[in-house]
Design a protein around this ligand. Structure first.
Ligand code: GLP
Length: 252
C-alpha cells in the first residue's frame, strides 16, 4: 500500500483489494479492542465493501472478534421496496454481514423509509445516532458520479438524513442488482453529507475503472462543491483506498 503524494484527501494505492480489506479489518479489530462496549460503525453497501465484510466474517469465525456490543448505522436505503425485498440494503447487510457475525437486529440501524412523517422519522433516526455517541468509524463507497451514500451531485455539504431522488446514472449503475432497470427505485433515504462528516474516521473504498474519472476530478482538480466526495477534504481523518484501475487517470 502506497500513500500518493499531494492529494487533497489522504489516498492509498493498494496492490489488491484484499490488502485494503486486511488493513481496514485490522483497524476495526484495534478499535473493537479499544472500545469493546461502545463502538458505533457506519456501514455501506454496493460491491466495494463485500470483501471487507467477508474478512470480518472470517475473523469472527476464526478469531472470535466480538460484535455483541457494536451498534451499526447504514448510510442509506432505497424507498419503495417491500420489507425483505432481495435487493433492499437491509437484505444486503443481512446476507453479507449481520447474519455472519454476532450483530443482533436491535443493534443494526438502516434509515427509515416509511412514507408517513418521513422528515420526523429521519430526525428521530439522527437523534438515535447521536444518543449512541455518533459514528466512530464510517465506511464509504463512491458512486461513479462522486456520490457518497445517496447524496447525489449538488447535495449541500451540511445536509442531514433525508429523502432524495436518485440520479439516472445511479439507477443505471445499480440496475445490475435488480432483474430489470425499471425496478430500480427512484428514491432513497440517505444520511446527509453533514451527518457523514461528523463521523470520527471516514474510510472510502473505490475500486475499478468506473471510478477513475471522478477520482481524477477530485484528487487532481479544484475543490468543486458539486461533487459530494470533495466534502471529505473538510474532514480531519478521512482516507481513500483505491486500486490501480481506479487510479488510472491520476498520472501516478
Ligand atoms: C450505491 C450506494 C453507495 C455506494 C455506491 C458505489 O449507490 N448507495 O453508498 O457507495 O453504490 O457502489 P459500488 O461499491 O458497487 O461501486
Amino acid at each position: 500500500m502506497r500513500r500518493l503524494p499531494d492529494t487533497p484527501i489522504p489516498t492509498y494505492l493498494v496492490e489488491t483489494q484484499a490488502s485494503a480489506n486486511t488493513h481496514l479489518a485490522d483497524e476495526l479489530d484495534a478499535l473493537l479492542k479499544e472500545r469493546p462496549r461502545n463502538l458505533v460503525l457506519g456501514l455501506a453497501t454496493g460491491s466495494s465493501p463485500v470483501g471487507l465484510y467477508e474478512e470480518l466474517a472470517r475473523r469472527f469465525q476464526d478469531e472470535w472478534i466480538d460484535f455483541s456490543f457494536v451498534r451499526t448505522f447504514n448510510l442509506d436505503e432505497y424507498r419503495g421496496l417491500p420489507a425483505g425485498h432481495p435487493t433492499s440494503y437491509r437484505t444486503f447487510m443481512a446476507e453479507h454481514l449481520f447474519s455472519k457475525v454476532n450483530l443482533g437486529p436491535r443493534n443494526t440501524h438502516l434509515p427509515p423509509t416509511a412514507p408517513e412523517d418521513l422528515n420526523e422519522a429521519c430526525a428521530a433516526w439522527e437523534e438515535e445516532l447521536r444518543a449512541a455517541g455518533g459514528v466512530d468509524w464510517q465506511l464509504l463507497g463512491v458512486g461513479r458520479n462522486g456520490h457518497i451514500g445517496f447524496n447525489e451531485p449538488g447535495s449541500a455539504f451540511d445536509s442531514r438524513t433525508r429523502k432524495v431522488e436518485l440520479a439516472e446514472s445511479t439507477r443505471e449503475a445499480n440496475a445490475r442488482f435488480f432483474e430489470a432497470r425499471e425496478e430500480v427505485p427512484t428514491e432513497a433515504v440517505t444520511m446527509g453529507i453533514g451527518t457523514i462528516l461528523e463521523a470520527e474516521r471516514l474510510r472510502v473504498l473505490a475500486f475499478g475503472p468506473t471510478k477513475a474519472e471522478v477520482l481524477s476530478k477530485v484528487l487532481r482538480g479544484e475543490d468543486d462543491e458539486s461533487i459530494p466526495l470533495n466534502a471529505l477534504r473538510r474532514h480531519p481523518d478521512a482516507a481513500l483506498f483505491i486500486d490501480d484501475a481506479a487510479a488510472a487517470k491520476l498520472g501516478c
